[in-house]
Design a binder for this molecule. Structure first.
Ligand SMILES: Nc1ncnc2c1ncn2[C@@H]1O[C@H](COP(=O)(O)OP(=O)(O)O)[C@@H](O)[C@H]1O
Ligand SMILES: [Mg+2]
Length: 263
């Protein structure tokens, strides 16, 4: 079966840096597969996600979304390919003064003309779909609230609904729960997992807690110093591999609260 996401030899050296922040990353994701990217701060997790979506330009290598190469594509082609790529951010990226419904409908903008987008001319079908998703995520009573007034967990649920309004084939999530309390974090991760499963959406999610990644992801991609040092099933992730990824003995990881357990 064709991969939803194919990453080949992806490399990124930021201007002014001598060493690459992402080195020769390669892997493929299938439909409905949920992979957690783990690694210490600075390992290159965000760089990987940003290069995939071309929020930044890779220095070398290639990325294919459902067989279409996004690296090297024209602006117009990128816009087209990006419709199929939903993004979830640590700080939600909502427009705080707009309502929940308005934020959610922004997920449709990639499919509309600029004028229709500005005038908010969404189809009835899109509105019905938005309401269905808002109900599913327990946000139906918040529809007319300003996004800025919501709790962190509610904001992230709005972010998820907005991304799903794109009808993406892949979801890229950069530390989606890093700003949430533990209870909201679990709700958000469960929601990402169940919606991706239900809709057969592939998901690549950057996480800094190993335990969360093991609990919610089928597969773990471990990064250290810009390179992928582990790629395999989450149940096969040994303590020795976790130590290699984080570059620290496991007991120190637990004491420090970074990566393993805690927080
Ligand atoms: N815009 C930038 N310019 C220069 N260096 C950067 C930039 N963004 C990230 N880096 C460097 O790239 C490395 C990887 O960063 P990042 O991808 O943010 O890691 P992670 O998300 O795993 O914490 C770090 O060493 C970081 O300092
Ligand atoms: Mg990051």
């Amino acid at each position: 079966m064709e991969a939803v996401l194919q990453v080949e030899r992806l490399t990124k050296t930021y201007p002014g840096n001598s060493a690459p922040s992402l080195k020769n990353a390669g892997f493929a994701l299938k439909k409905g597969e949920i992979a957690g990217v783990i690694g210490p701060s600075g390992a290159g997790k965000s760089t990987l996600l940003r290069c995939i979506n071309r929020l930044i330009e890779a220095s070398d290598g290639a990325v294919f979304i459902e067989g279409d190469e996004i690296t090297g594509a024209s602006q117009k082609q990128v816009k087209n390919i990006r419709r199929r790529v939903g993004m979830i951010f640590q700080h939600y990226n909502l427009v705080g003064r707009l309502t929940v419904m308005q934020n959610v409908m922004h997920g449709r903008l990639g499919y509309m003309s600029t004028v229709d987008g500005i005038l908010g001319r969404y189809t009835e079908e899109d509105k019905r779909h938005a309401l269905e998703l808002l109900r599913k995520t327990g946000l139906e009573t918040m529809i007319y609230h300003r996004a800025g007034e919501l709790s962190g967990g509610q904001k992230q649920r709005v972010g998820i609904v907005r991304a799903l309004m794109q009808e993406p084939s892949i979801l890229l999530c950069d530390e989606p729960i890093a700003s949430l309390d533990p209870a909201s974090a679990l709700v958000v991760m469960e929601m990402i997992r169940s919606l991706c499963r239900e809709r057969n959406i592939a998901c690549l999610v950057n996480l800094h807690q190993v335990d969360v990644a093991k609990k919610f992801c089928d597969r773990i991609i471990g990064m250290h110093g810009g390179g992928i040092v582990y790629d395999g099933p989450s149940w096969e992730l040994q303590d020795s591999v976790i130590e290699k990824i984080y570059g620290k003995p496991i007991d120190q990881l637990m004491l420090g609260g970074e990566g393993h357990g805690g927080r």
